[in-house]
Write a protein that binds this ligand. Structure first.
Ligand code: ADP
Ligand code: UDP
Length: 236
Protein backbone atom coordinates (compact mmCIF):
# COMPACT_ATOMS: atom_id res chain seq x y z
CA UNK A 1 0.00 0.00 0.00
CA UNK A 2 1.70 3.18 -1.22
CA UNK A 3 0.62 6.62 -0.10
CA UNK A 4 0.61 8.94 -3.13
CA UNK A 5 -0.76 12.49 -3.38
CA UNK A 6 -2.60 14.45 -0.69
CA UNK A 7 -6.23 14.78 -1.77
CA UNK A 8 -7.52 16.97 1.03
CA UNK A 9 -6.52 18.69 4.23
CA UNK A 10 -9.37 19.22 6.66
CA UNK A 11 -9.47 20.71 10.13
CA UNK A 12 -8.58 17.47 11.93
CA UNK A 13 -7.35 15.06 9.27
CA UNK A 14 -5.53 14.81 5.96
CA UNK A 15 -6.62 12.39 3.25
CA UNK A 16 -4.09 10.80 0.88
CA UNK A 17 -4.60 8.80 -2.31
CA UNK A 18 -2.98 5.39 -2.60
CA UNK A 19 -1.96 3.17 -5.51
CA UNK A 20 -5.36 1.45 -5.08
CA UNK A 21 -8.13 3.72 -6.44
CA UNK A 22 -10.64 2.28 -3.94
CA UNK A 23 -8.53 3.03 -0.85
CA UNK A 24 -7.34 6.22 0.82
CA UNK A 25 -5.19 6.87 3.87
CA UNK A 26 -6.43 9.24 6.56
CA UNK A 27 -3.88 10.92 8.77
CA UNK A 28 -5.10 12.34 12.09
CA UNK A 29 -3.74 15.70 13.28
CA UNK A 30 -3.56 17.23 16.75
CA UNK A 31 -5.26 20.39 15.40
CA UNK A 32 -8.60 21.29 16.92
CA UNK A 33 -11.20 23.82 15.83
CA UNK A 34 -14.51 24.81 17.36
CA UNK A 35 -17.21 27.48 17.14
CA UNK A 36 -17.56 27.10 13.36
CA UNK A 37 -13.79 27.39 12.88
CA UNK A 38 -13.40 30.61 14.92
CA UNK A 39 -11.53 28.87 17.74
CA UNK A 40 -8.32 27.09 16.83
CA UNK A 41 -5.78 25.19 18.86
CA UNK A 42 -3.80 22.03 19.42
CA UNK A 43 -4.66 19.10 21.62
CA UNK A 44 -1.38 17.24 22.11
CA UNK A 45 -1.77 13.52 21.40
CA UNK A 46 -5.31 13.85 20.05
CA UNK A 47 -4.52 12.56 16.54
CA UNK A 48 -3.21 9.24 17.80
CA UNK A 49 -6.03 8.83 20.33
CA UNK A 50 -8.79 9.58 17.83
CA UNK A 51 -7.23 7.32 15.21
CA UNK A 52 -6.95 4.32 17.52
CA UNK A 53 -10.29 4.84 19.25
CA UNK A 54 -12.20 5.37 16.01
CA UNK A 55 -10.70 2.24 14.46
CA UNK A 56 -11.49 0.17 17.53
CA UNK A 57 -15.11 1.37 17.65
CA UNK A 58 -15.62 0.81 13.94
CA UNK A 59 -14.47 -2.80 14.33
CA UNK A 60 -17.00 -3.31 17.14
CA UNK A 61 -19.69 -1.79 14.93
CA UNK A 62 -18.78 -4.03 11.98
CA UNK A 63 -19.26 -7.06 14.25
CA UNK A 64 -22.69 -5.69 15.10
CA UNK A 65 -23.82 -5.34 11.52
CA UNK A 66 -22.88 -1.74 10.69
CA UNK A 67 -20.63 -1.60 7.60
CA UNK A 68 -17.77 0.91 7.94
CA UNK A 69 -14.93 2.33 5.85
CA UNK A 70 -12.27 0.81 8.13
CA UNK A 71 -9.63 -1.35 6.43
CA UNK A 72 -6.32 -1.31 8.32
CA UNK A 73 -4.53 0.74 10.95
CA UNK A 74 -1.05 1.58 9.63
CA UNK A 75 0.41 3.34 12.66
CA UNK A 76 -0.55 5.69 15.52
CA UNK A 77 -1.97 8.35 13.24
CA UNK A 78 -2.66 6.74 9.89
CA UNK A 79 -5.35 4.34 8.73
CA UNK A 80 -6.32 2.83 5.39
CA UNK A 81 -10.02 3.26 4.70
CA UNK A 82 -12.31 2.58 1.78
CA UNK A 83 -12.57 5.66 -0.39
CA UNK A 84 -16.17 6.87 -0.32
CA UNK A 85 -18.08 9.80 -1.65
CA UNK A 86 -19.24 11.41 1.56
CA UNK A 87 -22.99 12.02 1.87
CA UNK A 88 -22.90 15.71 2.85
CA UNK A 89 -24.95 15.23 6.01
CA UNK A 90 -23.79 15.38 9.61
CA UNK A 91 -25.96 12.81 11.33
CA UNK A 92 -26.43 13.65 15.01
CA UNK A 93 -27.89 11.28 17.56
CA UNK A 94 -28.72 12.48 21.07
CA UNK A 95 -29.58 10.57 24.25
CA UNK A 96 -29.33 13.54 26.61
CA UNK A 97 -29.78 17.29 26.01
CA UNK A 98 -26.55 19.24 25.50
CA UNK A 99 -24.82 21.74 23.22
CA UNK A 100 -26.77 23.20 20.33
CA UNK A 101 -29.94 21.25 21.26
CA UNK A 102 -30.06 22.81 24.74
CA UNK A 103 -29.35 26.25 23.27
CA UNK A 104 -31.81 26.01 20.35
CA UNK A 105 -34.74 24.81 22.44
CA UNK A 106 -33.92 26.76 25.61
CA UNK A 107 -33.50 23.79 27.95
CA UNK A 108 -30.75 22.86 30.39
CA UNK A 109 -28.12 20.24 29.61
CA UNK A 110 -28.57 16.79 31.10
CA UNK A 111 -32.22 15.98 30.36
CA UNK A 112 -32.33 12.25 29.64
CA UNK A 113 -34.63 11.60 26.66
CA UNK A 114 -37.16 8.76 26.70
CA UNK A 115 -36.05 7.94 23.13
CA UNK A 116 -32.90 8.94 21.25
CA UNK A 117 -33.29 11.75 18.69
CA UNK A 118 -31.79 12.11 15.23
CA UNK A 119 -31.10 15.26 13.25
CA UNK A 120 -29.17 16.18 10.13
CA UNK A 121 -26.99 19.14 9.30
CA UNK A 122 -26.10 19.93 5.71
CA UNK A 123 -22.29 19.62 5.58
CA UNK A 124 -21.48 22.92 3.89
CA UNK A 125 -18.92 25.28 5.46
CA UNK A 126 -20.05 28.32 3.43
CA UNK A 127 -23.57 27.91 4.84
CA UNK A 128 -22.26 27.01 8.33
CA UNK A 129 -23.74 23.49 8.31
CA UNK A 130 -27.44 24.41 8.62
CA UNK A 131 -29.97 22.06 10.20
CA UNK A 132 -31.87 20.20 7.47
CA UNK A 133 -34.63 17.57 7.39
CA UNK A 134 -35.01 14.39 5.31
CA UNK A 135 -37.26 16.07 2.76
CA UNK A 136 -34.83 18.94 2.24
CA UNK A 137 -31.93 16.50 1.85
CA UNK A 138 -33.97 14.63 -0.74
CA UNK A 139 -34.97 17.85 -2.54
CA UNK A 140 -31.32 18.94 -2.69
CA UNK A 141 -30.34 15.53 -4.08
CA UNK A 142 -27.90 14.85 -1.22
CA UNK A 143 -29.06 11.23 -0.97
CA UNK A 144 -31.92 9.01 -2.12
CA UNK A 145 -34.88 8.08 0.06
CA UNK A 146 -33.50 4.56 0.48
CA UNK A 147 -30.05 5.90 1.40
CA UNK A 148 -31.55 8.23 4.02
CA UNK A 149 -33.52 5.32 5.52
CA UNK A 150 -30.37 3.18 5.61
CA UNK A 151 -28.38 5.98 7.22
CA UNK A 152 -31.04 6.43 9.94
CA UNK A 153 -31.18 2.70 10.63
CA UNK A 154 -27.39 2.45 10.92
CA UNK A 155 -27.17 5.60 13.06
CA UNK A 156 -29.63 4.26 15.66
CA UNK A 157 -27.81 0.90 15.61
CA UNK A 158 -24.50 2.69 16.24
CA UNK A 159 -26.16 4.38 19.22
CA UNK A 160 -27.46 1.12 20.69
CA UNK A 161 -24.08 -0.59 20.39
CA UNK A 162 -21.99 2.36 21.60
CA UNK A 163 -24.31 3.27 24.48
CA UNK A 164 -23.95 -0.22 25.94
CA UNK A 165 -20.23 -0.39 25.22
CA UNK A 166 -19.44 2.93 26.93
CA UNK A 167 -21.77 2.17 29.84
CA UNK A 168 -19.49 -0.77 30.58
CA UNK A 169 -16.56 1.68 30.79
CA UNK A 170 -18.37 4.00 33.20
CA UNK A 171 -19.05 6.54 30.45
CA UNK A 172 -22.42 8.02 29.46
CA UNK A 173 -22.80 8.54 25.72
CA UNK A 174 -24.62 11.89 25.57
CA UNK A 175 -24.62 12.58 21.82
CA UNK A 176 -22.46 12.17 18.72
CA UNK A 177 -22.04 13.02 15.06
CA UNK A 178 -21.64 10.47 12.28
CA UNK A 179 -20.82 10.77 8.58
CA UNK A 180 -21.71 8.18 5.99
CA UNK A 181 -20.33 7.62 2.51
CA UNK A 182 -20.98 5.64 -0.63
CA UNK A 183 -18.40 3.10 -1.81
CA UNK A 184 -17.51 2.53 -5.47
CA UNK A 185 -20.18 -0.21 -5.62
CA UNK A 186 -22.86 2.09 -4.19
CA UNK A 187 -22.99 0.73 -0.66
CA UNK A 188 -23.64 3.08 2.28
CA UNK A 189 -20.95 2.71 4.96
CA UNK A 190 -20.08 4.57 8.16
CA UNK A 191 -17.10 6.86 7.43
CA UNK A 192 -15.06 9.68 8.98
CA UNK A 193 -14.37 9.14 12.71
CA UNK A 194 -15.90 8.38 16.10
CA UNK A 195 -13.85 9.98 18.87
CA UNK A 196 -13.94 12.50 21.72
CA UNK A 197 -13.94 15.15 18.94
CA UNK A 198 -17.29 13.89 17.64
CA UNK A 199 -19.01 12.47 20.73
CA UNK A 200 -19.99 13.86 24.11
CA UNK A 201 -18.77 11.53 26.85
CA UNK A 202 -19.65 12.15 30.52
CA UNK A 203 -18.24 10.12 33.40
CA UNK A 204 -21.20 8.03 34.59
CA UNK A 205 -20.63 8.78 38.28
CA UNK A 206 -19.55 12.43 38.31
CA UNK A 207 -20.84 13.70 34.92
CA UNK A 208 -17.33 15.09 34.33
CA UNK A 209 -16.87 15.94 30.66
CA UNK A 210 -14.38 13.66 28.87
CA UNK A 211 -14.55 15.14 25.37
CA UNK A 212 -13.97 18.15 23.13
CA UNK A 213 -16.38 20.34 25.14
CA UNK A 214 -13.41 20.97 27.47
CA UNK A 215 -11.68 22.65 24.50
CA UNK A 216 -14.81 24.38 23.14
CA UNK A 217 -15.61 25.82 26.57
CA UNK A 218 -12.04 26.58 27.74
CA UNK A 219 -12.48 24.29 30.73
CA UNK A 220 -8.85 23.11 30.90
CA UNK A 221 -7.81 19.50 31.32
CA UNK A 222 -8.39 18.86 27.61
CA UNK A 223 -5.45 16.50 27.02
CA UNK A 224 -6.20 14.65 30.26
CA UNK A 225 -9.81 14.07 29.19
CA UNK A 226 -8.71 12.50 25.88
CA UNK A 227 -6.13 10.40 27.74
CA UNK A 228 -8.75 9.26 30.24
CA UNK A 229 -11.02 8.10 27.41
CA UNK A 230 -8.04 6.26 25.91
CA UNK A 231 -7.43 4.60 29.28
CA UNK A 232 -11.06 3.52 29.61
CA UNK A 233 -11.07 1.97 26.13
CA UNK A 234 -7.57 0.45 25.99
CA UNK A 235 -6.59 0.35 29.65
CA UNK A 236 -3.50 2.49 29.05
P1 ADP B 1 -13.33 18.69 7.87
O1 ADP B 1 -13.42 18.44 6.39
O2 ADP B 1 -14.69 18.90 8.47
O3 ADP B 1 -12.36 19.74 8.23
P2 ADP B 1 -11.54 16.49 8.69
O4 ADP B 1 -10.37 17.35 9.00
O5 ADP B 1 -11.87 15.40 9.62
O6 ADP B 1 -12.90 17.32 8.55
O7 ADP B 1 -11.27 15.94 7.24
C1 ADP B 1 -11.52 14.67 6.83
C2 ADP B 1 -12.36 14.70 5.57
O8 ADP B 1 -12.35 13.42 4.98
C3 ADP B 1 -13.79 15.07 5.84
O9 ADP B 1 -14.24 15.98 4.86
C4 ADP B 1 -14.53 13.74 5.73
O10 ADP B 1 -15.86 13.91 5.29
C5 ADP B 1 -13.68 13.01 4.70
N1 ADP B 1 -13.72 11.54 4.80
C6 ADP B 1 -13.90 10.79 5.92
N2 ADP B 1 -13.87 9.46 5.62
C7 ADP B 1 -13.65 9.37 4.29
C8 ADP B 1 -13.53 8.27 3.37
N3 ADP B 1 -13.61 7.01 3.79
N4 ADP B 1 -13.34 8.56 2.05
C9 ADP B 1 -13.26 9.84 1.63
N5 ADP B 1 -13.36 10.92 2.43
C10 ADP B 1 -13.55 10.70 3.76
N1 UDP C 1 -20.43 17.48 16.37
C1 UDP C 1 -19.33 17.22 15.57
N2 UDP C 1 -19.03 18.08 14.56
C2 UDP C 1 -19.77 19.17 14.28
C3 UDP C 1 -20.89 19.44 15.10
C4 UDP C 1 -21.19 18.58 16.14
O1 UDP C 1 -18.65 16.22 15.77
O2 UDP C 1 -19.46 19.91 13.33
C5 UDP C 1 -20.78 16.57 17.47
C6 UDP C 1 -20.46 17.16 18.85
O3 UDP C 1 -19.20 16.72 19.28
C7 UDP C 1 -21.56 16.55 19.71
C8 UDP C 1 -22.73 16.32 18.74
O4 UDP C 1 -22.16 16.33 17.44
O5 UDP C 1 -21.15 15.30 20.22
C9 UDP C 1 -23.81 17.36 18.86
O6 UDP C 1 -23.24 18.63 18.74
P1 UDP C 1 -24.14 19.94 18.89
O7 UDP C 1 -25.14 19.97 17.80
O8 UDP C 1 -24.68 20.00 20.27
O9 UDP C 1 -23.18 21.14 18.54
P2 UDP C 1 -22.07 21.96 19.35
O10 UDP C 1 -22.49 22.11 20.76
O11 UDP C 1 -20.84 21.14 19.18
O12 UDP C 1 -22.03 23.23 18.59
Amino acid sequence: MEKTTQLYEGKAKKVFATDDPELVIVSYKDDATALDGLKRGTIVGKGAINNRMSNYLMQILEKNGVPTHFVEELNDRETVVKKVSIVPLEVIIRNISAGSFAKRYGVEEGIVFAEPTIEFSYKNDDLHDPLINDYHALALGLATKEEIETIKRYAFKVNEVMKEYFKGLGVTLVDFKLEFGKTADGKIVLADEISPDTCRFWDSKTNEKLDKDRFRRDMGGVEDAYKEMMRRVFGE
